[in-house]
Design a protein around this ligand. Sequence first.
Ligand SMILES: Cc1cc2nc3c(=O)[nH]c(=O)nc-3n(C[C@H](O)[C@H](O)[C@H](O)COP(=O)(O)OP(=O)(O)OC[C@H]3O[C@@H](n4cnc5c(N)ncnc54)[C@H](O)[C@@H]3O)c2cc1C
Length: 310
Amino acid sequence: MAGILIYSDKDKLALELITAAHQIATVLGQEIKAVAINNDAQAQVLASAGADTYIISNAEIVQADVAAVAAALQQTAEQLGIDTVLLASNRRGKELAGRLAQIMGAGCLTDIAGIKVADNKIECQRNALGGATVAIQYIAAPRKVIAIMPRAFEPAGAGTGKISHLDVAARSSGVKMLELKEKSSDSVDIEGANILVAVGEGLNSQGDLGMVETLAQKLGGVIACSKPVATDKKWLPEDRIIGLSGKKCKPELAVLLGISGQVQFTVGIRDAKTIVAVNTDENAPVNQMADYILNADLHEVVAGLNKALA
Ligand SMILES: Cc1cc2nc3c(=O)[nH]c(=O)nc-3n(C[C@H](O)[C@H](O)[C@H](O)COP(=O)(O)OP(=O)(O)OC[C@H]3O[C@@H](n4cnc5c(N)ncnc54)[C@H](O)[C@@H]3O)c2cc1C
């Protein structure tokens, strides 16, 4: 029987992939299998979410060597009779998707935000034309590698899966890992945040970031930004960018300060549950997607909120 294999080195993303796999498996009557590479703890997590999980224990397969991981997954797919592999569409997952598809002889789609099975085809939803529209695409080839955006699906709940061991030969690409560095302590996961306070070019100066940071802390959230604030002004690191070339976020609350709402930005925040837009321009496009609009100077609004929340 053809099956679906899921893989991500991040537990949370792997659990989201199990949910995505269920959408396909229930319609096409396929089995869901997961693989954990040199990570017994992750195998427990995935099995507890209902996926039959295979552990590959081979110290020669290191995560940084994406070609070696791709080779391991290709062998796994072959041994288990898999025709569809779901990966996470984060930076490493996208590289892995291309490499794996090439050696599997599969078709490949990345940045997938939704999945539906119709007429025995796995229809994949992804942004097109710079985020101005949504395209529905499917892979016509019998083998498929599909990379799914973080947070497109909820993590899978409890289930019961078996854990087995699988032997695959390591095929190192020659990449030698010299050092593994932890991310700096000020790096923040804006994709995982429940409350975001995002600033745009409407902010007067870098010095005003302090009051925005204070507001974010008072609300229990984190600070994010539009692209120019990070790439042109360099006021915040690039991992805080929301949008097409940044992160796709799905917070409960997004407070957007001095952001016009160009489509390349809004694709990254339109799934927020509640959006508050603060803008001096009452015709700013961001207002079309906002639940609450404050037609005001953001500096006055932030100062007022900080005082009120003191
Ligand atoms: C291929 C490509 C990819 C891109 N990817 C991204 C991306 O991932 N993320 C992204 O953000 N952009 C991206 N962009 C850029 C995008 O098109 C916009 O240029 C950008 O989002 C604009 O940022 P902004 O809203 O902060 O600035 P602006 O468009 O300049 O808007 C500033 C807003 O602030 C308001 N304002 C001014 N002063 C105040 C004040 N005192 N109080 C309140 N409001 C005020 C103004 O009315 C205006 O609406 C991309 C562009 C391209 C071509």
